[in-house]
Design a protein around this ligand. Sequence first.
Ligand SMILES: Cc1cc2nc3c(=O)[nH]c(=O)nc-3n(C[C@H](O)[C@H](O)[C@H](O)COP(=O)(O)OP(=O)(O)OC[C@H]3O[C@@H](n4cnc5c(N)ncnc54)[C@H](O)[C@@H]3O)c2cc1C
Length: 480
Amino acid sequence: MKTLEVINSSENKTTISAEEIDKLQYLLNGSSICAEDANYDEARQIWNGMFDKRPAIIVRCANATDVMNAVRFAREHNLLVAVRGGAHNVAGLASYDDGLVIDLSQMRAVTVDPQTRTAKVEGGAQLGDIDRATQAYGLVVPIGVVSETGIGGLTLNGGVGWLRRKWGMTCDNLISVELVTAEGELITASKTENQDLFWALRGGGGNFGIVTAFEFELHPLGPEVMFCFTFYPDSKDIMQKFREYAQNQPEEVSALSFTGAVPEDENFPQEWWHQPFYAVAACYAGSAEEGERVLQPLREWGQPIVDFSDRLAFTEVQKVLDADYPKGRNYYWKSVYLKELSDETMDTLLALNRKAPSHHSTIDIWTMGGALSRVSPDESPLAPREAPYMIGIEANWDDPADSDRNITWVRECVTRLEKFSAPGNYLNFPGFLEEGDELIKDAYGKNLKRLAQVKQQYDPDNFFRLNQNIKPKKAMVVQK
Ligand SMILES: Cc1cc2nc3c(=O)[nH]c(=O)nc-3n(C[C@H](O)[C@H](O)[C@H](O)COP(=O)(O)OP(=O)(O)OC[C@H]3O[C@@H](n4cnc5c(N)ncnc54)[C@H](O)[C@@H]3O)c2cc1C
């Protein structure tokens, strides 16, 4: 290899010699991958087909020391760094053209201690890795609903899934975090060590360092749970029934209902293909028997198109939606918190669904509340948390030529929903990096100031900036 062109932290091109790359490789247990390597194309791919990035160097870390050495190398050469966990960030944050990618995708080990009901999870693990390990002991961490999503990005910005109303966001279940700082040091943050940093990591995103290991509290559940998954024709009447149910549901129920178009799939009656639907999905975080009884009303609202509800292994529930999100398809998403699910909001959602340019797209209604809303701003920067619903708008399409139409549809949905919205924003779903900027104030409210001070303390040069970026800010010293 000759000299390599790389982008520096001021976003200008600079060069690195082959000798420097060799020195870095010598320090790694993992590997460094550049454009001339046979596995470069496989290594640079991320989940969202909208982003076809070509980083200059991918450092595939095998352990925390590799991460430390990669950060020190980037600091020494003043390089712009992207961090890759599960590579499922919708805005494609796991990579950057001509940048250096610190790739944790090989760091997926999960160790469970059934005595203390805790799990240690490496920073590049996928959600399925965690479910497989914890369910072997009949335990769970509340995580997201698609098994290949990365625990890194998901936890650092919150994390909502099928158990959220019972046990909160994923970040609410953190006990401690091991993290490589912007100086390349490995430190621990918990309620007793580096407390400010620990607070910031429970929702403040990838701003403060690279997490090499998360320690989570575990809860008993499974192996079998009741899962409701009923597809109805799209109808305001059924949405109203869903609202009524949601207002009285126990915390064990976390529901996700969504509109879409029936797929061309033999599991659905052919006469319904491409027709608009309204599906109700919910998991019961308790015994399967009790769950069957509590979720039964969701299945009795007239004649469904099809009802897939069943008692399932919890590991299966965690994969139910996987097939809908293949790697390489084009995706553009956004979300809005709702203050209520009014009749007018329902009319709007049903009409917007019928306008979706792609039949893979959905509009999702997540029920919130329960344990999610009991976390105080002192515990997590994600505040406010009072909204009873979150709407996710997902444009999912195959042909890149359709991108403009799909992006426009999502933006129109957000604009039309604005008047029904509640304060706050959820930063795990925005579709473009630059769109995060305007959402950050909403997401953190008054906590943004404290986050900026923690950023100043741990990353004053904004080394970790390819994320929903919080700018460092010194605390004001008031002199008498
Ligand atoms: C199919 C699909 C389903 C989803 N389902 C849910 C869901 O049910 N609930 C939910 O809440 N969200 C969900 N999301 C959103 C998801 O949480 C975010 O996209 C998240 O960013 C993915 O994390 P990742 O590690 O895969 O991201 P990556 O693309 O690998 O990384 C994104 C960013 O996260 C940060 N990051 C990742 N790992 C680390 C680390 N170890 N240390 C420091 N920073 C790190 C970095 O800032 C990086 O830029 C889903 C996304 C997809 C694509």
